[in-house]
Design a protein around this ligand. Structure first.
Ligand code: GLA
Length: 385
């Protein structure tokens, strides 16, 4: 970490010709369980990971905002006055979208000084590890500090989500930004997406001799188009058929009726969400009562539900999960929005390298592109460095 912080400080100073006020960072996340439940006002159990966006921010004495990053060879410059979502596109829509969204949440953008921002990230893009939420959360926290806005972290998470929904154009829920802002070392964030109350749940992976392996399939996905929005629409149709505001208001007891009143596809979408909510609650209970070695069946069941009912898996994700299960993983599932990205496998430390070799072999045998696998640790959320 110290390397990237030094790099960011140096790049900021040489690009803008003055030193920053400070450095901030925010992590990506992995979701342990609770997929496509957040926008249904359900439960999720993600954790922040040890891969982060680091940014330097310095205030200016005019009303301009300049952003630059290690991702693109450009400085994007925009005036605070008249800032609107339709001016924003490309990578800079993430940081600048947050500026706009802070205003929507009541920050007085007419009274703040301009800023220079430079950012860099170790969160891989397109792997389903929320590289975008890491940027949004780092920028939201940095501006909250620099402009002394006084927003709490749950509100900053909503700011990031609004930027993602209205500026980037992806109809995503609140999970990723919440994990990035609320995460704690060696623990997961158990979030009720209806009340937005959260609890920190100890994971205890290290004590149990376990590691969480990410298997990035390299299949890229984009939640601003296609399948993600279609799944969300099915969930809304299912809730509407029951006359409830969201699927959170239904439980497994409603499944027989759901089968009667919904078409088969909508029924399966709804069944995924209802049973996934239950699996999150069960995972929290099992973690507390028996520890992480006992949650494997819940992870496996979550994957089956996403593969068969929600239909958001792809052959590469299924292969990663099956190979993990056949090579000693306690449990495995795809993680994130689906249609590509990464799978996770919970596995004994001693078995990690054997599994990595098996995954590489299985992908090669199926003619799939080479996957990238690595261990992540549950880490603290966004901070001022
Ligand atoms: C993406 C979205 C989240 C959530 C997951 C699926 O990561 O950004 O809000 O909906 O997909 O659980």
């Amino acid at each position: 970490m110290s390397d990237i912080r030094d790099e960011v400080f140096a790049a900021f100073t040489s690009l803008y010709g003055h030193e920053p006020n400070g450095l901030w960072s925010a992590p990506g996340r992995v979701n342990l369980i609770g997929e496509h439940t957040d926008y249904n006002e359900g439960f999720v159990l993600p954790f922040a990971i040890n891969l982060r966006t680091v940014l330097a921010l310095g205030t200016r004495d005019d009303r301009m905002i300049r952003v630059s990053s290690a991702f693109a060879d450009e400085v994007v410059e925009i005036a605070l006055d008249g800032l609107s979502p339709n001016q924003l596109s490309g990578w800079s829509a993430y940081p600048l979208g947050v500026v706009w969204a802070l205003g929507q949440f009541g920050a007085d953008l007419a009274a703040v000084p301009g800023v220079d921002i430079y950012l860099e990230s170790t969160v891989p893009v397109g792997a389903g590890l929320s590289s975008s939420a890491a940027i949004e959360s780092a920028v939201a926290l940095a501006l909250n500090d620099a402009w002394q806005l006084g927003f709490d972290r749950p509100t900053l998470a909503k700011v990031g989500q609004l930027a993602e929904n209205k500026v980037v154009g992806a109809p995503t829920g609140i999970m990723d930004q919440s994990a990035s802002l609320l995460g704690k070392r060696d623990a997961a964030v158990f979030l009720d997406c209806q009340s937005l109350e959260s609890q920190i749940i100890d994971l205890g992976f290290a004590e149990a001799g376990l590691e969480l392996l990410i298997i990035d399939t390299g299949v890229s996905h984009d939640h601003a188009t296609g399948g993600y929005a279609a799944r969300r629409a099915s969930c809304e149709a299912g809730a509407a058929a029951f006359g409830v505001p969201s699927l959170r208001h239904l439980s497994v007891d409603d499944l027989p009726r759901a089968r009667e009143i919904l078409d088969d596809e909508t029924f399966r979408r709804v069944r995924h969400v209802i049973t996934e909510n239950q699996r999150v609650l069960d995972t929290v209970r099992v973690l507390r009562e028996s520890g992480p070695s006992a949650i494997g069946d819940l992870l496996d069941a979550s994957h089956r539900s996403m593969r068969d009912d929600f239909e958001i898996s792809v052959p590469e994700l299924d292969l990663a999960v099956e190979t993990a299960q056949a090579n000693g993983a306690i449990g495995a599932r795809m993680t994130g929005g689906g249609f590509g990205g990464a799978a996770i496998a919970l596995i004994r430390s001693d078995d990690v390298s054997r599994l990595q070799v098996a995954i590489d072999g299985a992908f090669a045998e199926h003619g799939f592109g080479q996957p990238v696998s690595f261990v992540v640790n549950a880490s603290d959320g966004a901070i001022r460095e």
